[in-house]
Design a protein around this ligand. Sequence first.
Ligand code: ASP
Ligand code: MG
Length: 469
Amino acid sequence: MKKIVMKFGGTSVATGENIRRVANIVAGSVEKDRRVVVVVSALSGVTNQLVEEAEQAKKKDEKQIQEFTKNLVDKHMAVAAKAIMNAGIRKEVAQVIEKTVDELEKVLTGICYVGELTPQSKDYVMSFGERLSAPIVWGALRDLKLQTGCFTGKEAGIVTDANFGEARPLMNVTTHQVKMRLEPLIEKKVTPVVTGYIAATQDGVVTTLGRGGSDYTATILSVALAADEVWIWTDVDGIMTADPKIVPSAKMLPELSYGEAAEMAIFGAKAMHPSALEPVIEARIPVRIRNVFNPENHGTLIADGQEAKSAEVVKAVAMIRDVAMINLKGAAMVGAPGSYSKVFDVMGKNNINIMMVSTAVSEANISLVIRRSLLGRALSTLEIALLGRGLVNEITSEDDVCVIAAMGANMKGTLGVASRIFTAMAQKRINIRMIAQGSSELNISFVVKENDGEAAVRAIHKEFKLDQI
Ligand code: ASP
Ligand code: MG
């Protein structure tokens, strides 16, 4: 018997019509010797609304809570009305929606009275998006006469640490519990519908796996249930060689290795949560990215050994916007052990993530790339902590830059890749501000002015003939 975990993203469940499409895909996939576990995201946009509302409630704005919850009920009821034909099932789902939103209203009111939003209560609020979408999908499956059951991540048995907002699964307990709870049902041909993104600590406190975390839920469940494949259903055909908005001739990549896919996820190929591949890499479970709106397409297959199949050196190129570069200069850093650690320490303690680092052997300067939104805070903390203390004497920054990343597993050990990339840049007269190549050799990343970013992507796409794969 084959087991497939299928995750459906926010757009796939955004409307009643889409949910019927999802239900038909699932119903068409459950066969005599094939079982499906369904993982769903919140309706598109709902998680964002929940964050905003939680922030608003914290400001003691009680009046708009009721307006918000009423809109939320209306939205989900309207979707359910289109997704579920059977009046009895629809009524049952409607009751679940009302009861769930009642609970949310109490939570928001609590936050409002206390005037405080802790990471723990924020996760609790953010869990409601999936708690509202999953019952509708469950109803739509019953509508198609499928045997099904609805579970939150916690009910399904997913246990995490207490790192609210970015919780990590405790795989041993999780595997044990998920097996115990879901396997007997799957054997009886029941199709479980599980809320993506949310889980709980060992004490049962609600946690979330980080934004976009429904992918992670799907891969966690696949490992726990020893599934044969994970299918991530989304609204694009698969992972592309470049953003088609920048390169209209960009192509879908039919196959990628885990390493390449992980690299692309980090570089914002948005197809996947960056941590979602961790569990399946070890378990060697293949992941397929597929398009709900084009199910005939087989999508991108992420699995073992795919790099060997391809002769391409560079497989994809991405542009990461919204970044800024900080340059620290100081002759005193030369030959001074521990000087870099001071810089990293300041950033770490202030919770500023460093995306890219580059230093030269002269040691007199160090360049960092961070999210642009953090630039102001990063500069002031660095200035306070380091300037005038004999180590760093100049801190400058550029906020009109972007990172270009060229990726591909076969870059490893291949000569001349960097020279081809940088020659292509020189031909376009694009100046390179900073370069880094991870020792994994899976990517070469460099910084250029944001204005040059799109031309840089197009030039690399062309140089490696990515439109011809
Ligand atoms: N609803 C969550 C989010 O928007 C999780 C997900 O969509 O995967 O981040
Ligand atoms: Mg989402």
